[in-house]
Design a binder for this molecule. Structure first.
Ligand SMILES: Cc1cc2nc3c(=O)[nH]c(=O)nc-3n(C[C@H](O)[C@H](O)[C@H](O)COP(=O)(O)O)c2cc1C
Length: 216
């Protein structure tokens, strides 16, 4: 891996902004989009359990349906790809077993050698304290994916708008999520900014570094 220079990171992070107006005539090229999907898959999660799915919506009619449930935000219909981050509604033994099986297969080790790890996860995320708040815990994991996705977008010159301004229950209904074990958590339309989006040039409002970073 060749590290990028610090100023390249600064440049990407300052270029990124929550895009209010997308250019509806522009589509993210397939190779760029494929890399962005891989960035979703590569997101780290607690225990590595990956309690999520990423719903990528390009269908225009479906996006028209979602827009009124998204505070009528135009980004939903004008973006190139509308991503809805879905979190698991509960964590079951099968969710843990899925990871154990994948780990054993990927690393060529017996599943039984992971029994200690498996029991630790079961005790916490399924039967323990986090099991009781599994939907909330899964949502936190989804936000890690959102953060990584936004950074990946910025580095590839793709615009994004993190979006909580929607009605999750209506999304779940429109997307037919009842009974799937997933619910919508957060969304992120992505594409290319419209030429006239005045938000692109607004100065960033951030509390001073000295106030938010404390060194000890
Ligand atoms: C979790 C989350 C949800 C947000 N929801 C919306 C939204 O629904 N609509 C919108 O236009 N911006 C939304 N924003 C954008 C924020 O308002 C924006 O990131 C913040 O004001 C900082 O501006 P910047 O991202 O342009 O630097 C959201 C941001 C985050 C992180």
């Amino acid at each position: 891996m060749t590290p990028i220079a610090p100023q390249q990171l600064d440049e990407a992070l300052n270029w990124r902004y929550a895009t209010k107006a997308f250019d509806p005539s522009r589509t993210i090229p397939a190779d760029v989009w494929a890399a962005l999907e891989r960035s979703l898959v590569l997101t780290p999660s607690s225990f590595g359990l990956q309690p999520w799915k990423f719903l990528v919506i390009t269908d225009k009619a479906l996006r028209e349906q979602l827009r009124p449930a998204s505070w009528n935000q135009s980004q939903v219909t004008d973006c190139s790809h509308h991503v809805v981050f879905l979190g698991r509604t509960e964590m079951r033994e099968a969710d843990v077993q899925r990871l154990i099986d994948a780990s054993a297969a990927t690393r060529g080790i017996p599943a039984a050698s992971l029994d200690g790890y498996k029991n630790m996860m079961l005790k916490d995320v399924v039967h323990g304290p986090r099991g009781k708040i599994a939907a909330e815990w899964s949502a936190r994991q989804c936000y890690i994916a959102l953060g990584q996705f936004m950074l990946a977008c910025a580095q590839l010159g793709v615009d994004a708008c993190p979006m909580e301004g929607f009605e999750p229950a209506r999304y779940d209904e429109i997307l037919g999520l009842a009974g799937t074990g997933y619910r919508s958590v957060v969304a992120c339309p992505v594409g290319y900014r419209a030429a006239g989006d005045k938000y692109a040039t607004l100065k960033k409002v951030r509390f001073p570094l000295a106030e938010v970073v404390e060194r000890r």
